[in-house]
Design a protein. Structure first.
Length: 376
């Protein structure tokens, strides 16, 4: 006679098995590839649905944005406005137990789904992101971004997002490289957080690319496992945060991915990718880390124990600079004001192949282009 486990007891046993594995593997960085599903499964069991559709149907040339967020109140409205104007089909937030108005603001939109988990960020951050991608992006294009990142692509003023995805599909690409571009204002950084809407594009228009280092797409980024369509695409490091805080951040990420079961991000985040066919143009992530309240957010990370060991060194450098210079100003002699995403091609920050440019021109001639929209 076969032994049958009742559904409620089966769920309980699954939960216990997962907890045993998590106890054995203290940090995700040590987790073997074959057990990665344990962490993602644990996240799935913890998630509560708060708002919006649980499933999102979309076509091969449509895009869903997914985002893990905690206490993102200053960002959330600008984030939603930007991505809906960009032409995305739907936005999914996984809230990590925010104690501000993040959830309330996100729930005020029809094309937004809000989920929530209270699992500890430090242990589960990568699994939470992978859960979002696997649930809402399997077999389709998916854009994962942080709440302080606004994605854009070359010639988005004339080329629709649908046309961009059709180009990627026709060329059989499965990932796109994007570079974080730190945006800031000409004012000193306030130490306290602003718990109201921050009109990010209006307040933070300045950037500086003078201290960015470009290195070949090799080493831990796995040229052997990736196919790179354009040799002009490099790995970016440094930038204005390195000038101010000495942290030498990695600026290259791979937020736009076709979830085909082959291409996947590295174990420690979305900066690295494996088994991908990387497109022949690069994109930008307008990055709004350098806004008011950065000092307070860093202190909260320490107080709440949200930092993994690999993050501690960088955060200590931020803290040290703020202690010595609490009213730090960011602007340099090489600072510029952003006017269009296309100027980032002209000044060499972004790359676009001749083939991509011809595609854009063909779409314009066929009137398959989009109306002008506001630039960051």
């Amino acid at each position: 006679m076969a032994f049958v486990v009742a559904p409620s007891k089966r769920a309980f046993l699954n939960q216990k098995i997962i907890e045993v594995y998590i106890h054995i593997y203290e940090e995700q960085a040590r987790l073997p590839a074959l057990l990665r599903w344990v962490w993602v499964r644990r996240v799935g069991l913890s998630v509560r649905h708060l708002h919006g559709p649980k499933r999102v149907a979309y076509a091969p040339d449509e895009l869903v944005v997914v985002c893990l967020v905690r206490n993102g109140r200053p960002y959330i409205k600008s984030f939603i406005d930007h991505y809906l104007s960009l032409g995305v089909k739907h936005i999914v937030f996984l809230d990590n137990d925010s104690d501000d108005d993040t959830v309330a603001v996100a729930q005020d939109h029809e094309r937004v789904t809000v989920l929530q988990t209270k699992l500890p960020f430090k242990k589960y951050v990568f699994a939470m992101k992978q859960y979002l991608i696997s649930r809402f992006g399997k077999g389709r294009w998916c854009l994962y971004v942080d709440s302080d990142e606004l994605f854009d692509y070359p010639y988005s003023d004339v080329l629709s997002l649908n046309s961009l995805l059709r180009y990627l599909n026709e060329k059989s690409y499965t990932a796109v490289a994007a570079y974080q571009l730190d945006m800031f204002s000409d004012r000193a950084l306030p130490s306290r957080m602003n718990n109201r809407d921050e009109p990010l594009k209006e307040l933070y228009k300045l950037y500086d690319i003078s201290n960015i280092r470009r290195v070949e797409y090799t080493g831990p980024f796995g040229r052997k496992s990736n196919v790179i369509a354009n040799e002009d695409i490099k790995i970016y490091k440094g930038g204005i945060r390195d000038v101010l805080f000495g942290v030498d951040p990695m600026l290259t990420k791979h937020p736009l991915i076709f979830v085909d079961g082959e291409a996947r991000h590295g174990d420690l985040g979305f900066h690295r990718i494996r088994n991908a066919r990387i497109a022949d143009f690069s994109c930008v992530l307008y990055h709004y880390k350098l806004i008011g309240g950065l000092q307070e957010r860093i202190e909260r990370d320490f107080q709440e124990g949200r930092l993994a060991r690999r993050q501690l060194g960088g955060r200590l450098k931020y803290r040290d600079v703020f202690e010595r210079n609490p009213g730090i100003s960011i602007g340099q002699d090489t600072t510029r004001e952003i006017r269009s995403v296309n100027e980032l091609i002209d000044n060499g920050f972004l790359v676009a192949s001749d083939e991509y440019k011809r595609w854009v021109e063909a779409r314009k001639e066929n009137k398959l282009y989009r109306a002008d929209r506001e630039s960051p």
